[in-house]
Design a protein around this ligand. Structure first.
Ligand SMILES: [Zn+2]
Length: 189
């Protein structure tokens, strides 16, 4: 799923969990690479996406505004979590699982709270994937708007998120394959 990381990892036979390390209460992926990651590859490496605030720190002079809501400066935490577009999708996913949630304000805090989501063993895998998938889709949509000047509505992103999570689940070896409709019904039951 991450071809760049696979290509430049020093040990291609390593398992994902062998790279996991705890930093405080947070799991981080400390992958050993045989070369540095280039700026244009950062979007493929978790945790260092080139939002406008990050580009500004690298000396690029840019107008800092969020192309998703057009109402705030763009940062990683804003784009992926606090932006009204992202926030709406986060809340809809949490509601789909039947949970209440006080939405944290940072990616780190969201990931920490997501781990503790009481969704039951049956829905755990979909829950875990949904959080990562949501952030990934927000980043793709942001780039679509910036570079292609094409816009997809939040409601489309909400539905697409479920499609992607379902497709990812069907790729895992030990998952019982449900149809998409069964999958959505199963999430909310
Ligand atoms: Zn925004």
């Amino acid at each position: 799923m991450f071809p760049l990381l696979f290509r430049i990892a020093t040990d291609r036979e390593a398992t994902v969990d062998s790279y996991a390390q705890m930093q405080g209460q947070v799991v981080v992926w400390n992958i050993v690479l045989h070369r540095q990651v280039q700026d244009w590859e950062m979007g493929q490496v978790l945790g260092r996406i080139l939002t406008i605030d990050n580009l500004s720190r690298r000396g690029h002079i840019l107008v800092n505004w969020c192309c998703m809501c057009c109402g705030a400066a763009e940062s990683v935490d804003h784009l992926l979590i606090c932006c009204p577009v992202a926030s709406r999708i986060w809340m809809s996913i949490v509601a789909l699982f039947g949970l209440d949630w006080v939405q944290p304000g940072t990616v780190r805090a969201v990931l920490q709270s997501w781990v503790g989501g009481r969704v039951g063993k049956r829905r755990r895998k979909a829950w875990n994937l949904a959080g990562h998938c949501l952030m990934w889709l927000m980043w793709l949509e942001r780039n679509r708007r910036v570079f292609l000047e094409e816009l997809r509505l939040a409601v489309w992103l909400e539905r697409h998120l479920l499609l992607v999570v379902h497709s990812w689940l069907t790729l895992t070896v030990d998952s019982a394959v449900l149809s998409f409709v069964e999958f959505v019904e199963d999430l909310s039951s």
